[in-house]
Write a protein that binds this ligand. Sequence first.
Ligand SMILES: O=C(O)CCC(=O)C(=O)O
Ligand SMILES: [Fe+2]
Length: 329
Amino acid sequence: MSQNIKKVFEKQGFIRLKGVLDYKEDLEPVLNDMAFIMDRLVHRFVPKKDKVKVLKYNFKRKYSYLVGLRIPELDQYFNIRLPQNNINANSDFFASQSIWNLIKNKKILDKIEKILGPEIASNPCQNSRIKQPEKRILSKNLHDGLVGRTPWHQDAGVMNKKGQKGTELVTCWIPFTRTRIENGCMLAVKESHKYGLVNHVTGSKGQVEIKGKEMIDKLPSIALEADVGDIILLNKYLLHCSLPNKSKNFRISMDLRYNKAGQPSGRDPLPSFIVKSKSKNKIKVQNYKQWIALWEEAKVKCIPRKWSYKYPLPTFKGNRRDLTNIISS
Ligand SMILES: O=C(O)CCC(=O)C(=O)O
Ligand SMILES: [Fe+2]
């Protein structure tokens, strides 16, 4: 199998790896930390008379209650990176010891190594996604990939120019809940990474999506269903999206990214650091506190400009790189 990982990944543009992670050891600590953050938000935002009652709610009910309070940018308290815009000294993000452990997880890095080789950097393009059932989502957020369905895109499309071109990036998608078509798994067009970067546009709700997405509906796509413990690795040019969560339950995932060490992260000055190397002295960031310090330093650099990252929409002159033209040529 191990020889095959690279082969399958290079052929299909993605690979699903079963049972890489252990729920108790690798995933539950992250959910526990999310529950801790929720309790802090309860203390901060819930009226005193309801606090004791709300603190006893389970994960889903508590989160739904907080959503009902319309706390501005609630998802940012659970996101594992700085907010993209309006960044200021109070900007919060979810950077727990458990997330650090996941980024450095040996079981993940061993798989990434099969594709990228032994010199690997953590890439700061990373997200957590807590998706409620779609019927509970405000219509303006239906196509916001952090809380609703994720439009068709390529991951290279959300990096800056240097990253779009020069970086070998692998996405590691990690489910915290069993993910099926019904609750919003990803869809991918097999072998579509071979098209290279295609033109994207800004959709009607501000979402970044592939230009001419109607074309994709005509291509054969595969539902990337996954169980807890599985991971899914994606090539940066793979065409993919995610479906709406039509179930009654939450659908929770994280996407971490890695690139070959020494290549641009595509999101300067956010932390990009070596997580695996043949020479130990290249591993400069060795513990949680050093990692947090990198994010804090990045934040200080971003505050004057008020944004943490920007990227040009992949738009090539003319329509040569429109998906429709690439496929018909
Ligand atoms: O989980 C999702 O909705 C989309 C994830 C995705 O596009 C990614 O991880 O690159
Ligand atoms: Fe993606």
